[in-house]
Design a protein around this ligand. Structure first.
Ligand code: 8YV
Length: 313
């Protein structure tokens, strides 16, 4: 039986399935994590983790016989893949199975922000409809331009949903994708100037850290809105707070934050924002599929077969 280190709790079905594949050690339950790692570290062959906990080089050092890091999430910003490979371990993630859920929440956040759905709900419940009259007029997505930052697998699913909503879709990324029907902007600032919405769905890497800064937000403008469903680190959150406060930016819908689970305190009380607790992929259907992929990658490793979804850098 292989020894598997689970860093944090996972989907229940996934935990049950993994338990059938080896001896599972639950790091998050250990009273003394260091003592646990001293004891079991040398025999660990597999780490099961998620995008939040990752597997950092200091943990890898405690696991000299590590061969696989199977992660529950598409983003692997908390796993140093070159360090893992140099250590002799392969890394797998869960791409594609979450594209639909991610695209769906993106559209939902955009409609909620434009039509002010949470505020309208509070207005109705508070009896303000009868007391104060009709809710103020809102904006709509129809006819607006969405600039997608990162036209990858999820970005394309978002674009596919925004076009039938009668939006113009444009994109920015490291390179133009000639097979895509959307206009490419080589410059993020120029795209932000042209767009009403900036939809951030680019991976969190050292190159994308604070890519959306004060200048980009200013280019988006007082009628513009930011949507971030990627990683909090891609947006300069302090600059975002300033832009919203000063009105240089119209609004923001955020599923991810610089510090999770504690968003910038000023965001919590700000109007023209929709805040969501990093739940883009958190539907029963998608999380089940992600869990299955974690399990299937472990099974492939144990059989000596190629991983289903290996991260290659
Ligand atoms: C998860 C994610 O929330 O896939 C990702 O990259 O951000 C999410 O699906 C994450 O893996 C933590 O469970």
């Amino acid at each position: 039986m292989s020894d598997i280190l689970m860093i944090g709790p996972m989907h229940p079905v996934c935990m049950e399935e993994i338990a059938k594949l080896g001896t599972v050690h639950r790091l998050w339950e250990a009273k003394d994590k260091e003592a646990m790692l001293d004891e079991i570290g040398p025999k660990i062959e597999i780490v099961a983790t998620d995008g939040h906990h990752g597997c950092r080089p200091d943990l890898m050092k405690r696991l000299p016989n590590l061969k696989l890091i199977s992660s529950y999430g598409v983003g692997y910003d908390n796993i140093d893949v070159p360090a893992a490979n140099a250590h002799g371990a392969r890394v797998s993630n869960t791409p594609d199975v979450l594209n639909d859920a991610m695209a769906e929440i993106t559209v939902g956040l955009m409609v909620a922000l434009a039509r002010r759905i949470p505020e309208a709900d509070a207005y109705t419940r508070a009896g303000d409809w009868a007391g104060k009259g009709n809710f103020p007029l809102t904006a709509e997505l129809t006819g607006a331009t969405a600039g997608i930052l990162g036209l990858g697998r999820i970005g394309k699913e978002i674009a596919r949903r925004l076009v039938p909503m009668k939006m113009q879709v444009v994109y920015h990324g490291r390179r133009e994708q000639k097979d895509q029907p959307y206009r490419y902007f080589p410059s993020l600032i120029e795209m932000a100037k042209a767009a009403d919405w900036l939809v951030v769905i680019t991976p969190g890497t050292s190159e994308t850290t604070k890519l959306v800064d004060a200048e980009v937000l200013k280019a988006l403008g007082p009628e513009g809105a930011l949507v971030n469903v990627a990683r909090g680190a891609v947006v300069d959150e302090a600059a975002l707070v300033e832009a919203l406060k000063s009105g240089t930016l119209g609004g923001a819908a955020l599923d991810v934050f610089e510090e999770e689970p504690r968003p910038h305190p000023e965001l919590l009380t700000m109007p023209r924002t929709i805040l969501s607790p990093h739940q883009g992929s958190a539907t029963r259907r998608t999380r089940q599929a992600m869990g299955q992929l974690v399990v299937d990658n472990i099974k492939a490793h144990l059989k000596g077969a190629p991983l289903l979804t290996e991260v290659k850098e």
